[in-house]
Design a binder for this molecule. Structure first.
Ligand code: HEC
Length: 157
């Protein structure tokens, strides 16, 4: 109980610091890199869990299908923001970027399950099954070239 309270206190303090940091001048490159690596180390758990699904064409397709329902609105069909008519703050990163691809499969699962608070990235636990999330993780490792999938239908109709 005590240990838990302590961890939560530290997390809250860090979150406040990060918020304060955002309100002041935009962080420099180094600071951003430090914050990103801190985010990877401290906030995003589940580093060690392995993806139980093999990267077959079928799994990639399943992931693409689930991604097409739950993620395209903000990330585009290619995971690279193609055709998304708004920018969020913080913006949705290119899912092909180094910062995202450097996560382990377990961490990507965690990000999708729990989202990134307090940004616009929602958690999907309870909405998506573990199998769907793992297939999305496989899809994220095999994203198609930027622009190759067209724009999300919800914005073109
Ligand atoms: C409502 C818009 C929205 C939806 C829907 C959404 N995301 Fe995101 N996503 C974001 C934003 C905004 C960020 C940037 C968060 C940040 O940097 O704090 C993000 C970040 C991410 C990241 C990188 C996290 C990091 O720490 O750099 C991954 C991976 C991701 N999203 C995957 C997904 C997947 C997979 C889905 C579907 C299950 C999804 N997102 C649905 C808005 C969204």
């Amino acid at each position: 109980m005590r240990a838990r309270g302590w961890v939560e206190g530290v997390m809250a303090a860090l979150a406040l610091l990060m918020l304060a940091g955002c309100k002041a001048t935009p962080p420099g490159r180094l600071e951003t890199a430090a914050m990103t690596s801190a985010k990877h180390r401290i906030f995003v758990g589940n580093r060690k869990e392995k993806n139980p699904l093999a990267a077959t064409l079928e799994t990639i397709d399943e992931g693409k299908e689930a991604f097409g329902h739950y993620c395209v609105a903000c990330h585009g069909k290619d995971g690279q923001n193609t055709g998304v008519p708004f920018t969020m703050s913080p913006p949705a990163p290119l899912l092909t970027s180094r910062a995202v691809q450097d996560y382990t499969d377990g961490q990507l699962k965690w990000v999708i399950d729990y989202g990134i608070w307090p940004s616009g990235m929602p958690g999907s636990k309870g909405t998506l099954s573990d199998e769907e999330v793992w297939s999305i993780v496989v899809f994220l490792r095999h994203l198609p070239p930027a622009g190759s999938q067209g724009e999300p239908e919800m914005y073109t109709q």
